[in-house]
Design a protein around this ligand. Structure first.
Ligand code: NAP
Ligand code: HSE
Length: 431
């Protein structure tokens, strides 16, 4: 049995989980790969750091000298689980140029640099696998690259961030405000080191760019994704959503329209009947609509040491097998479609509007008049008494062009009868 040597960069949550899984399931991992997979060296930032729970065998493999990995001819695969962009990118490029294969969990890097990295991998006849970079345990990258490769993908919608789904679920089930739910998610260790990455929608935006590029065979990058986070969602919105038969979810959505791709991440009123509306807590899910396979939903844990290690180890086994069979495959990353990203202002959607207005005659007709003037037609209206002289109005529109909606909002906010526009949230059409 051939020995395949791994050099790993990072021994944090994911690196620690990967090393532990390799140890725990060593017997059948090696049988499956038909290779003896050995952790050879682990590069970390601070070799003196206290690492409770890490075995003495692993501690012996630690180094803070990158050359111990890069200039070690015995190492076949480099597992990059250090995170960040600049340094990780430098290391991955260096490894590819030294003809080492790469397994990475780094969505920040892949969402921006995938195209260049795949060209470099191809030039060096190496493989770069990145299943762990999107939704950890959910095997979506391989499903899109292989199992659904013959399908025309119409749409990929997903809950791609566990932290925000946990926050929204907690606000819904316990009626708490956003800030309390966020603090709980941080305390439970779900959020990124800078939780803005989760709550502002940047993290799911990166994951969406990675998935859209594979699904639509087109270069799609992080900057192409229109992003809104969940920071403005109030407990009232969650409660109105539930009254009206919806759940609010942070949805990452990539649609194929007019030979182009529209990619956006934003909170959405999902009809209670939609499978994504039922995905709760820290779980992730991805709902795919395609021409032949139809509708598919994948569901599972999108973060954490074990869930992410599962994807990293799967990629290591795939490369180890290929090395042993002398059949290094290509990267399966095809970008044959001309790049066409559809802008957001042309998007069409239903909207939920919550606003506080003066409680006096003629208010509703003034607002309806402005909306109508911009071709925005109303589907339903609810009015509730808020304070002494104010009322709260909730309007759901029919499907309208985004730009028309934004233009009417600019006019509505200047009406003297409008106190505040509380929330504007897109509504997913009933199927
Ligand atoms: P983490 O716990 O912060 O661990 C990072 C590790 O990388 C640490 O061991 C650190 O060394 C090492 N490191 C950082 N900078 C380094 C440098 N310049 N040179 C050498 N080593 C360096 O991070 P993580 O949560 O495991 O995440 C790792 C990657 O996986 C990220 O790209 C992340 O987005 C991705 N990911 C994470 C999850 C998750 O659930 N955590 C899920 C999916 C994907 P020290 O130990 O010495 O500080
Ligand atoms: N903070 C991320 C999440 C971790 O909550 O989904 C995995 O990318």
């Amino acid at each position: 049995m051939k020995t395949i040597r791994i050099g790993m960069i990072g021994l944090g949550t994911v690196g620690g989980g990967t090393a532990a899984m390799l140890e725990k399931n060593r017997g059948f991992i090696n049988k499956t790969a038909n290779a003896n997979i050995v952790m050879d060296k682990i590069l970390v930032r601070d070799i003196t750091k206290d690492r409770p729970g890490v075995s003495s065998d692993l501690l012996e493999l630690l180094t803070d000298n990158p050359d111990d990995i890069f200039l070690n001819d015995d190492i076949d695969i480099i597992v990059e689980v250090m995170g960040g962009t600049e340094m990780a990118l430098t290391y991955v490029k260096r490894a590819l140029n030294l003809k080492k294969h790469i397994v990475t969990a780094n969505k920040d890097m892949m969402a921006v640099h995938a195209n260049d990295l795949f060209k470099l991998a191809e030039k060096n006849k190496t493989v770069l696998l990145y299943e762990a970079s999107v939704c950890a345990a959910i095997p979506i990258v391989e499903v899109l690259k292989k199992s659904l490769a013959g399908n025309k993908i119409h749409r990929i919608m997903g809950i791609l961030n566990g932290t925000t789904n946990y926050i929204l679920t907690k606000m819904d089930s316990e009626g708490v405000e956003y800030s309390e739910a966020l603090q709980d998610a941080i305390n439970k260790g779900y959020a990124e080191r800078n939780p803005d990455s989760d709550v502002m929608g940047y993290d799911p935006g990166r994951k969406l760019a990675i998935l859209a590029a594979i699904a639509y065979n087109m270069r799609v990058e992080y900057d192409d994704v229109y992003i809104e986070g969940i920071t403005k969602i109030k407990a009232e919105d969650i409660s109105y959503a539930s009254e009206l038969g919806y759940r609010i979810k942070l949805i990452a959505d990539a649609k194929y329209i007019d030979n182009g791709v529209k990619v956006h991440v934003n909170p959405v009123f999902m009809p209670d009947t939609h499978p994504l509306a039922r995905v709760d807590g820290v779980y992730n899910a991805i709902y795919i609509e395609s021409d032949m396979a139809g509708k598919i939903m994948l569901y599972g844990r999108g973060a954490g040491a074990d869930a992410t290690a599962s994807a990293v180890i799967g990629d290591i086994i795939a490369i180890a097998k290929d090395i042993c069979e002398n059949s290094i495959a290509n990267n399966g990353y095809t970008l044959f479609n001309e790049r066409k990203i559809i802008g957001h202002k042309d998007a069409v959607s239903q909207f939920y509007l919550r606003m506080s207005v003066k409680d006096s005659p003629g208010v509703l007709s003034k607002i309806a008049g402005v909306l109508g003037g911009h071709n925005v037609s109303i589907y339903s209206v609810v009015q509730e008494k808020a304070h002494d002289e104010l009322a709260e109005i909730v309007i759901i529109t029919h499907s309208v062009v985004e730009e028309n909606m934004q233009n009417s909002l600019q006019e509505i906010i200047n009406l003297d009868i409008v106190n505040e526009i509380g929330s504007v949230i897109r509504v997913e059409d009933e199927e």
